[in-house]
Ligand binder design. Sequence first.
Ligand code: MOS
Length: 740
Amino acid sequence: MPGVIGQPLDRIDGTLKVTGRAVYAYEQQVENAAYGVLVTSTIPKGRITAIDTSAAEKSSGVVMVMTHLNAPKLAGLKEQKPSPVTGRVIQAFQDDLVRYANQPVALVVAETLEQALEGAHLVGVKYAVERHAVDLDGRISQAYEPPKAGGQQEPSASNRGDMKSGLAEADQRMREVYRTPFEFHNPMEQHATIAVWDKPDHLTLYDSTQGVFSDRERVGHVFSMPSESIHVISPFIGGGFGSKGPVWSHVVIAAMAAKQLSRPVRLEVRRPQMFGPVGMRSQTRQELAIGAKTDGSITALSHDTVCQTSSFDEFVETASLSARRLYTAPNNSTSHLLIKSDIGQPSYTRAPGEAPGTYALEAAMDEMAYQLKMDPIEFRLKNYTDSDPNEKKPWSSKSLRECYRQGAERFGWSNRTAEPRSMRKGNVLVGYGMATSIYPTRRSPANASARLNGDGTLSVDAGTQDIGTGTYTVMTQVAADTFGLPMTSVKFRLGDTDLPKTPVSGGSQAAASTGSAVYLATQALREKLIQMAISDAQSPLSGVSAQDVEIQNGRIFARSNPSKGEALGQLLARSGQPFAEGKAEAKPGSEKERYSMYAFGAQFSEVHVDADLGQIRVARHLGCFAAGRILNAKTARSQLLGGMIWGVGMALLEEGVMDRRLGRYVNNNLAEYHVPVNADIGVIDAFWVDEKDEHVNPLGVKGVGEIGITGATAAIVNAIHHATGKRVRDLPVTLDKLLV
Ligand code: MOS
């Protein structure tokens, strides 16, 4: 129905999910599937000198133990270059090298999960241990500049003006180092795959993935098979956050085992095994320098990030990118350096780059505002960019001023007294903090098809994934709105490589990319039906001009005389075809050359800190965003809140704690790796300003999957400073750091 876009509709798949009827990868009913359990390395670096699999092989129900000694050698895994275009470098039992702790070294396959677990315990691995290097701070001298900022399109370093003279002409200067720890995605649904070789040269994968097509391409490459010989099915995904973007080793291992056994194999990466083999956010060391005039104008701004990558692949946490364009700063330099380390491969993690980057940048901006004795919003407005100073292009749209204004008003920013520790309530130190959000607007080529069926319903297909964001629902809304049908008459299918090709659900691009394709395909179907009607001598619309024809509620009619028309079903029946179909590909055009495209926002936080105990509570947190057109007010708000809640985790809780002597994470479970729970969140709200962007894509959608986490952490740590007068620059801000 027209107007259905934007409505706060419930998720179409909501009932299926809450009643447990949504079938996730590991739960798919596959006949005769055996259960695989991985054995992972206990050392971070060395060689496997012996693997004793005899006890496991004799154990009840075990059908196979696979290690590097008996695994097939795959040509597609030979000499992989860092950051292959098809994904990440994969290790799958091709050699005896251990490159990081928790690396898969064996797979036990058994009749039941319990038998496979028991078998996995019985595998004995001996190692020749080598000296490992996992540290960041002690090895800055080994850092190198990667050619491009980790798969991103921007160069690693940037420079405009001259930092030195910019700092020299400043009245106030600051330079500080901010640190963020290893952070893990921890989606509710663990990584899982069922591999089925239907034929010797055809593989079906039920996989929990953010990209069915990229999955198919990568696996095809690894097995030296055409990607069309691989069928990936992924109807429901219990969260991804970037971890399920690339294909990791377990997918390939499951397929290898299934092939070897001529039997389907199901493999789930167990929660403790998700700390290393399936990506994480690298820890970062970020150095910020700002110089400003007394009036608040920034004369110099630099942001230099050092992060880690594995010994075998390359990924940059592009934390310095926002500092290139968020403020005018005539003198500006940014850089990214990488340190090769004996760790699992860092990779895309919600708002890769921007999440830790906006933390450091926006905390530094707060520090400078205090030095200048300026209101933090005033300071930002003084240096507001009306065009992108890095790319020297206009913004496609930018409503950040409105976000600051409306956010401040709704939050009650004017009640804040500037002095730290000035808003005490009894023994509770109250602090208000704010920060800016920014995330790029992207899209990739996407296809979709729309069919009008004989019964008047619409079937809309696109291969894309719903990673929990609401894709089923918003795509149905786009089609229903465009075709003038109620939601219940539209059936949208996704999560299958047999459907039209679409990109990865990552980089906040699914709604913009696939949404545009669904919109264009539905439009194409409309136009086809209109042409059919006006050129059909038996149609009441025969000879009417196309501009005068409207389709609404399953009826096609003349706008100038609505009684002149018929049911679409009748038109279709006369054509003798079972259905009419429209197809479309939506591709990025020249907009990227002409405009700099970003979503923005402003976040505000009120924290309460116990004056004696240092215990920190986020009492209130609010975000106001500008992200183009919002397709569904309910699912968009959920995305924004989810990002902001992760910001609370980043600020106060999340840290992959590594025992540097062992090179292992010691808190590889949800009991000790803390993510925010209900009790950690006070009053939280997200809203947005109306923003019409005619440049980004046909729908005007910017995407909301990641913007919520950007700026959230800085707003909280700035509020903690306001409450306590203390600047803690290494995350997370735990109470012990406040008490020293
Ligand atoms: Mo996101 S980290 O692009 O899934």
